[in-house]
Design a protein around this ligand. Structure first.
Ligand code: AMP
Length: 150
């Protein structure tokens, strides 16, 4: 089979994989953990982006981070849910690329991140790319390559 680095798929633009911002569940840094947990539970996602009011990416918040915050020594302390802001708990080391980035960069980030945030040239959030979409595309591409060879 042709080597992956010889295939132009790696230089392919990531734009076709984008889930656009209006379809992405998100919270704001000033929201309480209670609000964030409700959004996470209702959407069914493990983690979602945190955006400020001008749609700039600030971080990501996960169910695990919220549960960790309410974990007391001997009991859960749910009162912390409305006392704590998303800003205090969110993770700021998130995978983020420009929409002009190549497939190769998104694929490499997806090793450690289930989703990758995408910004435009001005730094405004325009959506996410999920690991599952990248892998599904790669899987289809490799199958097509094999069919062409046989
Ligand atoms: P998936 O590959 O579809 O399972 O998505 C992987 C992860 O990407 C999910 O667990 C979420 O953290 C995030 N994600 C996917 N789609 C959305 C969405 N529409 N809004 C917010 N986060 C999402």
């Amino acid at each position: 089979m042709q080597k992956l680095e010889e295939m132009n798929i790696l230089e392919k633009d990531v734009a076709p994989f984008l889930i656009s911002a209006e379809k992405v569940a998100h919270v704001q840094p000033e929201n309480t953990l209670e609000h964030a947990l409700l959004v996470l539970i209702k959407s069914g996602y493990t983690a979602i982006p945190v955006l400020d009011t001008s749609f700039k990416l600030k971080g990501a918040i996960s169910k695990a981070e919220i549960l960790d915050t309410i974990l007391g020594i001997e009991r859960l302390e749910p009162e912390r849910l409305h006392e704590t802001k998303v800003n205090d708990v969110m993770s700021t080391s998130i995978a983020c690329i420009k929409s002009s980035a190549p497939f190769e960069r998104a694929l490499s980030y997806s090793i450690n991140h289930p989703f990758i945030c995408v910004e435009d040239e001005d730094g405004s959030f325009i959506g996410i790319i999920t690991r599952s979409k990248l892998l599904a595309y790669l899987n289809g591409y490799l199958h097509d390559q094999r069919k062409k060879k046989s």
